[in-house]
Design a protein around this ligand. Structure first.
Ligand SMILES: [Fe+2]
Length: 172
């Protein structure tokens, strides 16, 4: 059966004197949209873990989930501002986040530290993969400034992935 070509949603850009051509800017905005909303979801999941985790490693996990959330929040802001700078419309309404979720939600009632570590490792890993996918599009569209913002955010998030994941590997 022939593959059905997916129609790309139209990107409406704001007027701007930004020097990057409009065709490139619309592709950059298209690439940023899922990681901009996904980063907000990841931030919320990290705060959920920070507040609800229980277990003998509570102290270190409570602090590590919060430190990671703070770094993701900085990335959220940088992504949203890059979108606005190139003429896009960053969104952070509850309605928008609920209508196109990027990450699987956390189950209600989760407390166990190992379950939370596995869940957060899974969410960060998935999100980092999304950023890597978007990066190739952004690079192709000649936007080194947005590429740099994504790389810096990705580096700090992947470092936190290693730090959180290491709690599991120490038991192997
Ligand atoms: Fe706190």
């Amino acid at each position: 059966m022939p593959a059905i070509a997916k129609k790309k949603p139209t990107i409406v850009l704001q007027r701007t004197r930004h020097p990057l051509p409009e065709s490139n800017r619309s592709e950059v905005v298209r690439a940023l949209q899922p990681i901009q909303t996904g980063s907000i979801e990841l931030y919320l999941q990290l705060k959920n873990a920070h507040w609800n985790v229980r277990g003998h490693a509570f102290g270190s996990l409570h602090a590590l989930f919060d430190a990671t959330a703070n770094e993701v929040l900085e990335f959220v802001d940088n992504l949203a501002e890059r979108m606005a700078i190139v003429g896009g419309e960053p969104l952070s309404t509850v309605q928008k986040l609920a209508s196109v979720p990027q990450l699987a939600d956390a189950p209600l009632g989760m407390k166990n530290q190992d379950e939370f570590i596995k869940l957060i490792v899974d969410r960060i890993s998935y999100f980092a993969g999304m950023v890597r996918d978007s990066l190739s599009t952004i690079e192709r569209n000649n936007d080194p400034v947005t590429t740099d913002a994504c790389l810096r955010g990705l580096a700090s998030i992947e470092k936190k992935l290693w730090m959180i994941e290491s709690h599991l590997q120490s038991k192997a």
